[in-house]
Ligand binder design. Structure first.
Ligand SMILES: [Zn+2]
Length: 155
């Protein structure tokens, strides 16, 4: 489908099934997905993937052998990011995990950080928690990350 056809289809689809931003609930434009641009620019990107000697790497490498480390965002107790994580983990809005994993994948696929990686390994979730939540949030992020980076998943 061509770009213009996709835009027209999304506009028609939005007219019938309006989509709202998960951050502020404003109606999304046809070119926005899950978050409006205003909410996206509020998210505290780390850009840690641009350098191997980033604060997360330094912190982790002081505790155990670490090749590299990154994080898409800085942690925030409140705000759009905290709201998204709450919706994802506790309200089961799985598409937020896919969205965030894809976003991280967009950053990492261009990064030297992934050049020597063999696979994507999600953080395991205890069986009881997985049963209670219904899914492992880390697996959803890892699947989207795997799709973007072309690194095979291990699950
Ligand atoms: Zn918004």
């Amino acid at each position: 489908m061509k770009k213009n056809s996709k835009a027209i289809f999304q506009t028609l689809s939005d007219y019938i099934f309006p989509r709202n931003c998960y951050g502020c609930e404003v109606r999304l434009e046809f070119y926005e997905k899950h978050l409006c641009l205003n909410c996206q620019i509020q998210l505290p990107l780390t850009l840690f993937h641009q350098t191997t000697e980033n604060p997360l790497f330094q912190k982790l490498s002081n505790r155990f052998p670490t090749e590299s480390a990154t994080s898409l965002f800085y942690f925030e107790k409140e705000g759009v990011l905290a709201h998204l994580i709450h919706l994802f983990k506790y309200n089961g809005v799985k598409e937020i995990g896919v969205f965030l994993g894809s976003w991280l994948g967009d950053h990492l696929k261009e990064s030297a950080m992934t050049a020597d990686l063999d696979a994507i390994v999600p953080v395991p979730l205890h069986t009881v928690k997985k049963r209670k939540r219904g899914f492992n949030q880390s697996e959803l992020i890892a699947k989207a990350l795997s799709k973007k980076t072309k690194l095979p998943p291990t699950f």
